[in-house]
Design a protein around this ligand. Structure first.
Ligand SMILES: *Cc1c(COP(=O)(O)O)cnc(C)c1O
Length: 362
């Protein structure tokens, strides 16, 4: 018997999505973003899937040094970039040793780079704050910082340039054009590689694709945009979150179910109990009516999601049996749909699965 709950990750879907992104951005290299355990799909599952076959990622983006080290330990030889850079001077020897590139977004990193003794110059990507106002150097500070990097022997030349979008998932929002213009004005006469686009930039703002795109969520087959779906861009969901029915029960009209007893049946019906809950990362705040796929149809969640289980209304004529497959999201039920019901984004659903969910690659 397959373990459950489990997240089935499809190598083929990941490879397909990578190929699709290369088709959408034919002149750009792909820095596949695999932070947060490959958005919950398994860091090495993803890395290995997109470094085999016809189309390959040209590099990987990570948030933390530990993630980059796990990639090297897993045998990944491609270029690796720390999207938030390093945090301590003692990180620098590890960047050398494992050939890891770093974003520089803050004065403190610059100071550490200038005062360190390193074995070899370090590859850096200078982050420009073009309007997100979270990380990066503003337009006014850029020249100073750039000159300091150029003059720093610990920095490999040329210095690469990057920025990040705040609203690229809103195709009508003029902020993205302003960000692109701001970045291009600064980068105009400089060397080095450039990267601006996350998934939404790649899909909706082709002028932002530049030398490297940095897709995360799209690689997993999911749209970055509210109300949109990955398949609208010919992307295929890479994860199917599966579990099983562990009970099917006759349920009387007027009877409640679960903690708080806050849902009551309006008719005699059958309830299914599914082995997944917030202890697995399925959100407790999923409201009544959130869809769940059971045996080829969608049924609504009723009652509160508990730690290990949730309940669905199968209807009075249900023929489901204990042991039947349940899909919480995947090819039969878009994770974007589930996220909308719950009032969150698909990113949060896939990254919040807990270690109790077995992740299997097929
Ligand atoms: C997470 C991240 C990305 C990927 O974003 P998606 O919206 O998942 O495509 C790209 N760039 C940076 C700097 C990031 O932090």
């Amino acid at each position: 018997m397959k373990p459950f709950p489990r997240a089935e990750v499809s190598r083929q879907a990941l490879q397909h999505n990578l190929a699709r992104l290369k088709q959408i951005a034919p002149n750009s290299k792909v820095m596949a973003v695999v932070k947060a355990n490959g958005y919950g799909h398994g860091l090495l599952n993803v890395a290995n899937s997109v470094t085999q076959g016809q189309h390959q990622a040209d590099g990987f983006g990570l948030a933390r040094l530990e993630e980059a080290l796990a990639m090297r330990q897993g045998g990944v030889t491609a270029r690796l970039l720390l999207l938030e850079g390093f945090f301590r001077q003692s990180d620098l020897p590890l960047l050398n040793q494992h050939d890891i590139e770093t974003v520089v977004h803050h004065e403190s990193q610059l100071t550490m780079l200038e005062s360190a003794t390193v074995e070899q110059p370090i590859s850096v990507w200078l982050k420009i704050d073009s309007g997100m106002h979270r990380l990066g150097f503003g337009v006014d500070d850029f020249n100073d910082v750039y000159q300091r990097l150029i003059q720093c022997d610990n920095v490999k030349k040329p210095v690469n340039l990057m920025t990040h979008f705040s609203c690229a998932d809103e195709p009508e929002n003029p902020i993205t054009t302003e960000q692109i213009n701001c970045f291009n004005a600064i980068a105009k006469d400089l060397g080095g590689d450039r990267t601006l686009a996350n998934s939404a930039g790649t899909l909706f703002w082709p002028t932002s694709q530049a030398d490297w795109i940095r897709p995360g969520i799209a690689l997993y087959g999911v749209s970055p945009v509210m109300g949109d779906r990955g398949y609208a861009h010919q992307l295929v969901p890479a994860m199917e979150l599966m579990s099983r029915l562990i009970a099917v029960r006759e349920h009387k009209k007027g009877a409640s179910v679960g903690y708080g007893a806050y849902w009551q049946a309006k008719r005699d019906t059958r309830l299914g109990v599914v082995a997944i809950g917030y202890g697995d990362g399925y959100p407790r705040n999923a409201p009544e009516g959130t869809p769940v796929w059971v045996n080829g149809r969608l049924v609504p969640i009723v009652g509160r999601v508990s730690m290990d289980m949730l309940t669905v209304d199968l209807g009075p004529d249900a023929t489901e049996q204990v042991g039947d497959d349940v899909q919480l999201w995947g090819k039969n039920l878009a994770v974007e749909d589930v996220a909308e019901h719950i009032g969150t984004i698909a990113y949060e659903l896939v990254t919040k699965l807990t270690p109790r969910v077995t992740v299997c690659l097929d």
